[in-house]
Design a protein around this ligand. Sequence first.
Ligand code: URP
Ligand code: ZN
Ligand code: ZN
Length: 469
Amino acid sequence: MSSKFDLIITHADVVTASDRFTCDIGIRAGKIAALGHDLGSATETVDATGLLVLPGGVDAHCHLDQPMGFGLRMADDFRSGSRSAACGGTTTIIPFAAQAKGQSLRAAVEDYHQRAQGQSAVDYAFHLIVSDPTQHVLDVELPELISEGYTSFKVYMTYDDLKLNDRQILDVLDVARRTGALVMVHAESTDCIAWLTQRLDAAGHTAPKYHAAARPELVEREATHRAITFAELVDVPILIVHVSGQEAIEQIRWAQGRGQKIFAETCPQYLYLTAEDLDQDGYEGAKCVCSPPPRDAQNQEAVWRALAGNVFSVFSSDHAPFSYEDPQGKKLNGKEQKFQHIPNGIPGLETRLPLLFSGGVVGGRINIHQFVALTSTQPAKLYGLYPRKGSIMVGADADLVLWDPAREVTIRNERLHHNVDYTPYEGTTVRGWPMMTFSRGRLISKDFGFVGTEGAGEFMPCGKPIGSI
Ligand code: URP
Ligand code: ZN
Ligand code: ZN
């Protein structure tokens, strides 16, 4: 007689964003087919005694194999990035199909599909980056792409090659209002940064630590307020990405308190790093250069409080992989760069869940349901992948993580699976680690090792964001 299930996970201590219960999980054809007891026969059984069973992580902000220009190249493509995601308990990734200025958005999406095709070990969707909102992009390409499942897009208020002016941002927000898409905003004031950068440079202040001085909190606060004001004017929800500290949080809280639908995301670097990490011997600080920059201990606590208080909906890695010793990375052209030319971004796909679990759940700052909500359920909802992703329920994809809440791990880059030559969290000890990760019922990581198949991950068109979470 053939088995009823392909796999049964027994004695599962299931934790979702809202519930905790013990059951067996029956999996058939990549889907959760039953939650219950005495489920009958299965081709394979895994005993989860002593482990939590969580929905697979959804990393809704990561950069992989993104075309860069300026001689830069990301260290991770879909192959190495998805491998690292799998080993960190993440089963869905949403990187960015980035439009270069002068390029059609459609061409950017097609190019990005080529880069992903047959590479990823986990399922993936795309956000768009809109850097050139021509009339054709606004009237034709964007609405068409949204209807095809690219329902979220990022706009930048800084970076010369990507930034939009205020009028352009309003135009893009208006498309989102008409179509029900979600705009993600990188909120930093470009002219303030340029002005400060010029003065620092003129004074000979070019070391990595001055990256933080060129992008103080007020630069983020002002742009966050401006983006919120634009969202109010157009009457559309937005999501502020990678929020770094108190001043931006105050703006977001203020808007949320007035009833505006302002969603927000933060990332591990704003909980574990400070501007002092940019002030290391020699050029080492370049390893922690990202934007907005990490702040200080008080701001870390402000971010923790805002996580606990549900100001944030999403906790993402903002994995932006540039190797330290790479002439296409942090040492562009083989040279130590002035701070303003250091490629922005740090790696973090694999360490996202353990860092939040350890500092948050073990540290008593957030509860386990908030942890699941921030890392899986809410990003799945906001980006239109729920209920296929983001929960443990009958009919959902069997994306599951068997999580050891007591496992102590000291993070070492040599044990991670990305292609970056460092981690900013080297030597940090965390409690809690994913011991097994399943993607649609297939085991893809086990005991710190990758056992998945590159290319088995599927592209998923996204539905309309569920804005009411
Ligand atoms: O420094 C960062 N965050 N780099 C990645 C690109 C972005 O702005 O998210
Ligand atoms: Zn950004
Ligand atoms: Zn980013």
